[in-house]
Design a protein around this ligand. Structure first.
Ligand SMILES: Cc1cc2nc3c(=O)[nH]c(=O)nc-3n(C[C@H](O)[C@H](O)[C@H](O)COP(=O)(O)O)c2cc1C
Length: 169
């Protein structure tokens, strides 16, 4: 079937049946301003060497700023951080970090958002053009998860809605 026969709305609806976790990918600009945007297309890529990836739209202003920074930190959101998911997805929020508790990572200085269940600090390794998105591959420099005894739960995105993970008995 020719690719141009795929209806965009149908494409989005079908792909919405694939559940994802929710991350906020952050960086600090040269003038030390924190930036970040919500990304669901995060994936682990390689263990040796340690690589992860995500796919931002080529037109994204925030991706352009992160590309300039050359480094980024992936913040995996907790089930109770749905407000951050929407706040960092909107383009009209002037200061999305206002009121958000964060610190700079030791290696790249990228924001680590308090309450994230895991974070992965990276340098940009490779950028591959992929249609209207770029496939960004990051070299993992440092990473950590929340203490397991805090039983953190992940924020999930499925069919346009946020939810949380429920394990089978
Ligand atoms: C749950 C969720 C997942 C998202 N995942 C992606 C993604 O993987 N890639 C992407 O380009 N935008 C994604 N977005 C949209 C971005 O957060 C953002 O709105 C968009 O890239 C516009 O950014 P800009 O202001 O830099 O242009 C997602 C939004 C939500 C709510």
């Amino acid at each position: 079937m020719a690719p141009d026969s795929i209806d965009p709305l149908h494409y989005r609806r079908v792909l919405g049946y694939f559940p994802t976790g929710v991350t906020v990918i952050t960086a600090c600009t040269a003038d030390r301003e924190p930036i970040g945007f919500t990304i669901g297309s995060f994936a682990s890529v390689s263990l040796d060497p340690p690589l992860v990836g995500f796919l931002p739209m080529v037109t994204s202003d925030r991706w352009a700023a992160i590309r300039d920074a050359g480094t980024f930190c992936v913040n995996v959101l907790a089930a109770d951080q749905g407000d951050l998911c929407w706040r960092f997805a909107k383009t009209d929020v002037v200061a999305p970090f206002e009121g958000v508790n964060w610190r700079q990572s030791a290696v790249t200085g990228s924001p680590i958002i308090a309450g994230s269940i895991a974070w992965i600090d990276c340098s940009i390794d490779t950028v591959v053009a992929a249609g209207d998105h770029d496939f960004v591959i990051g070299r993992v420099l440092q990473l950590e998860h929340a203490p397991p005894e805090q039983t953190p739960n992940a924020l999930l995105f499925f069919r346009g809605q946020l939810g949380r993970f429920t394990g089978h008995d």
